[in-house]
Design a protein around this ligand. Structure first.
Ligand SMILES: NC(=O)c1ccc[n+]([C@@H]2O[C@H](COP(=O)([O-])OP(=O)(O)OC[C@H]3O[C@@H](n4cnc5c(N)ncnc54)[C@H](O)[C@@H]3O)[C@@H](O)[C@H]2O)c1
Length: 367
């Protein structure tokens, strides 16, 4: 069993990310090898994670493990779900030395990580991401959070896991739609920080979307490396880490406008948001034409089935702008955006006027 190990340094500690295939067949051994002394744990599992994986995991613990299922969707990514997890931990008298494990995609990881940070001011947290998006992005960096009616991820914490187990076996059952969402974050990492990686993706996109070895593994590894590099330099998102939000201010507003409907999930919203941020970067003359056309060409060749106008019309303009101003990265009527300068380099565009954005979005929704 080949395991790639990346170590993420944090302010106070560090944690390993293990990347490989079939890692879940012997979790207790992996934990032990990585100095995790796990005596008691609660595994919170997304109901959509196929049973065959859960059975393997249970077997690896000799069936002596506490399990709690959740329905992971953006509507349930809320305090109520967190409370139901906390209730079990309290009832079973868990201590801070015990472990809470998330088994699912980014939604599950965000909910469970947040619950872990709240329980008795923090019990040990382990993340086992089961979607491409969570393996390349959300499981790394310690951001946790839940949604409220005021917007996405409005309540949350920075709370680092003890270990992240990224097992590619989970990807075999992921719907194509979810593979594309994960690819969106991989692509984001390349265009904001690594042109060579973008060129690799441009050549191998079909192989990656079809989960072909060794291309999918390389894409996961390179993507994790980029995220690791950024979060190590700026754990609490004071400066550099903001660049990871490329496309997200638009994307979050799109999701919120559709009330987190499953018609447009998070990854799809981010892909649409990235395309919109690219158009904005180009129209404002920040991004050069050659790089703009390369990325737009890449998106077109990859045949991603996304078009802003499939989801929105002019009547949604106001809502989109309101959600953009409410985004937690903004603090007034002015909107801050991460924009692209060229492939591999971003800039933070501070203080765009609401009116400017309105004019731009109006064109995007009508042209
Ligand atoms: N914390 C962070 O730094 C960070 C970063 C990016 C995104 N996020 C959050 O992550 C979430 C998106 O994550 P996601 O795209 O993984 O979504 P998700 O958790 O909703 O998973 C996507 C879908 O795949 C299903 N699923 C999960 N594993 C499966 C498997 N192995 N086989 C079949 N189906 C499976 C899920 O039930 C769901 O329907 C958003 O809420 C977003 O805000 C957080």
């Amino acid at each position: 069993m080949k395991i790639i190990k990346l170590k993420v340094k944090t302010e106070k500690d560090s944690y390993p990310i293990l990347i490989g295939k079939n890692l879940i067949t012997n979790l207790p051994k992996l934990f032990k090898e990585n100095s995790i002394n796990l005596k008691r744990c609660l595994i919170v599992i997304d109901k959509n994670v196929p049973n065959k994986f859960v059975t393997k995991i249970k077997k690896s613990f000799n069936n002596k493990v506490n399990i709690f299922y959740i329905f992971a969707n953006e509507k349930n990514k809320n305090q109520k779900t967190v409370n139901s997890i906390l209730e079990i931990l309290l009832k079973k008298n868990f201590s801070r030395e015990d472990y809470l494990i998330a088994l699912g995609g980014g939604i599950t990881g965000d909910i469970v990580g947040y619950a872990a940070s709240q329980f008795k001011r923090g019990l040990h947290f382990i993340n086992i991401p089961t979607t491409l998006l969570s393996q390349v992005d959300s499981a790394i960096g310690g951001k946790t959070g839940i949604n409220t009616k005021y917007g996405k991820n409005m309540i949350g914490s920075f709370y680092q896991p003890k270990i992240v187990i990224s097992d590619s076996i989970f990807l075999s059952t992921l719907p194509k739609r979810e593979i594309i969402c994960g690819y969106g974050e991989i692509l984001k990492h390349s265009i904001i920080l690594n042109k060579k990686f973008f060129n690799f993706l441009d050549k191998k996109v079909d192989a990656i979307l079809n989960l072909q070895s060794p291309y999918i593994e390389k894409a996961i590894f390179e993507s994790c490396k980029i995220k690791k590099k950024v979060v190590e330099q700026d754990e609490k998102e004071k400066s550099l880490r903001k660049i990871l939000n490329f496309g997200h201010t638009f994307g979050h507003a799109f999701e919120a406008t559709l009330k987190y409907s499953s018609r447009l999930n998070h990854g799809e919203a981010v892909l649409l948001g990235m395309k919109t941020a690219l158009n904005f970067s180009f129209k404002k003359n920040f991004l050069n034409k050659k790089d703009y056309l390369s990325i737009i060409g890449h998106l077109r060749n990859s045949k991603f089935p996304f078009n802003l106008k499939t989801y929105f019309s002019l009547k949604d303009l106001n809502k989109i702008i309101i959600f953009m101003t409410k985004d937690k990265k903004n603090n007034s009527n002015k909107i801050n955006l991460v924009l692209l300068k060229n492939i591999g380099r971003t800039l933070i565009g501070n203080n765009f006027k609401k009116k400017d954005l309105e004019i731009f979005m109006k064109r995007e929704l009508t042209n």
